[in-house]
Design a protein around this ligand. Structure first.
Ligand SMILES: NC(=O)c1ccc[n+]([C@@H]2O[C@H](COP(=O)([O-])OP(=O)(O)OC[C@H]3O[C@@H](n4cnc5c(N)ncnc54)[C@H](O)[C@@H]3O)[C@@H](O)[C@H]2O)c1
Length: 388
């Protein structure tokens, strides 16, 4: 229930049908707190599969559409109390801009997966669509939703580790070492297709690392220099990269991303060196934040709503008592929860948040796409330093 409007928000979903991955996560995360109900979907690029997938999502036959065009067309003509409030987009990267812009022009709020678009032009068009329509737009850089990531953000903001001197993130996976575009055709083949993905591992996971650095430190990026490789002999898109950055105040930044590291599953870590201490978080142990101070014993902050060390934002971002693992779905749901606050306010009184939101928004998405383009530009000019 959303207090401002005294009802659940009505959700539409594009993608997620058949063997697809992240659409199902959206469906679970958006409804985890009983603040939304999935009512309509265009779940696949295959018209029949789009309809066949709907019952498993609890979507009624008359709201199971065979394309997003049909969904927008029919939903806009439903009574106001029936039609969807927002559309979640969980489709390949090259489709995001068209679907999101059409949805906002039809009057719906949007939650879109990352990277926001495959070109800077599309990203700018999306920013314009948000500004013109006044709709709420959230981008699911879901790692920003982890309680202990939010704890790290609050610790840094309160000066607990002093000035931020350097930040390192590595995001390592191994699935591209053995991924077979024929045998594994059920899902994700588009990720190796330049037309559909735009970039390879850079857009897929490098943008998460970039976004998390920005979210946790709050520091803007001034300069960037990158080396990008395609280590797999039969691929067209990058699968490994090293990105150096100079952030505000001279802070050093380093991102290593790889989908060619045998045996790594979703090994995403963030480490921050401050003048008074250092922080380390790893996605594979997401309920812990490690705090180190030279000469002192290492402190492990466990996600625990009753913990006296838990800062307000982190505490509010947990749902269950400490010791019960929270993870991917809950963090994803935290991004939704913050977006729902703004959607409900928008529906109640026309509120629009502008540039700063707790959830990643269209401006963060634009930055992410600029990050992709700058990295590619630097990599193709001998790793030259470029203004960001
Ligand atoms: N936030 C995260 O952690 C995370 C994780 C994985 C993927 N993603 C992002 O989510 C998006 C989808 O990735 P995925 O791994 O679920 O891909 P996937 O290949 O598993 O699924 C894509 C789905 O979209 C459908 N689709 C394609 N075009 C469509 C259209 N025009 N209309 C309706 N449905 C359409 C496909 O039929 C399929 O069901 C990508 O942008 C990806 O980068 C984000």
């Amino acid at each position: 229930m959303n207090p401002e409007i005294k009802r659940k928000l009505r959700m539409g979903l594009v993608g997620g049908g058949g063997a697809a991955f992240i659409g199902k996560v959206h469906a679970i995360a958006a409804t985890l707190d009983n603040r939304a109900r999935l009512c309509a979907g265009a779940l696949s690029s295959n018209r029949q599969r789009a309809k066949d997938s709907a019952p498993a999502f609890g979507i009624r036959e008359d709201r199971a559409y065979s394309s997003f065009h049909d969904l927008l067309e029919y939903e806009t003509h439903l009574d106001e109390e029936d039609r969807i409030d927002f559309l979640s987009i969980a489709t390949p990267n090259h489709t995001h801009a068209e679907i999101a812009i059409a949805a906002m022009q039809a009057g719906f709020h949007v939650v879109c997966d990352k990277p926001m678009t495959t070109t800077l032009n599309d990203a700018q068009a999306l920013v314009k669509a948000v500004e013109d329509t006044g709709r709420i737009f959230a981008l699911t850089h879901n790692y920003t939703g982890y309680p202990m990531i939010r704890q790290a953000r609050e610790l840094i903001a309160s000066g607990e580790i002093g000035d931020v001197l350097a930040v390192r993130s590595s995001y390592l996976q191994g699935w591209l070492t053995t991924f077979d575009t024929n045998a594994d055709a059920a899902r994700g083949v588009w990720k190796t297709d330049p037309e559909k993905a735009g970039s390879g591992s850079l857009g897929d996971i490098g943008t998460h690392a970039f976004n998390l650095i920005r979210f946790v430190t709050g520091l803007t990026v001034n300069k960037i220099a990158a080396t990008v490789e395609t280590l797999h002999s039969s691929r067209l898109l990058d699968d490994y990269g090293v990105v150096q950055m100079r952030l505000e105040n001279g802070t050093l930044g380093l991102i290593t991303y790889s989908q060619m590291t045998h045996g790594r599953l979703n090994d995403f870590s963030l480490e921050i060196d401050g003048t008074r201490g250092a922080l380390l978080w790893n996605q594979e142990s997401p309920n812990q934040l490690i705090v180190r101070r030279q000469g002192q014993s290492t402190e492990i902050m466990e996600r625990h709503p009753g913990g006296q060390y838990m800062l307000e934002l982190a505490r509010q971002s947990t749902r269950i008592p400490g010791g019960h693992p929270e993870g991917f779905y809950e963090a994803f749901a935290n991004v939704y929860r913050a977006a729902f606050d703004d959607m409900a306010r928008n529906i109640a009184n026309g509120f629009h948040p502008g540039i700063n939101t707790l959830y990643p928004n269209v401006y963060d998405g634009l930055e992410g796409v600029r990050f992709i383009e700058r990295v590619q530009e630097s990599a193709s000019s001998n790793s030259q330093w470029l203004e960001f």
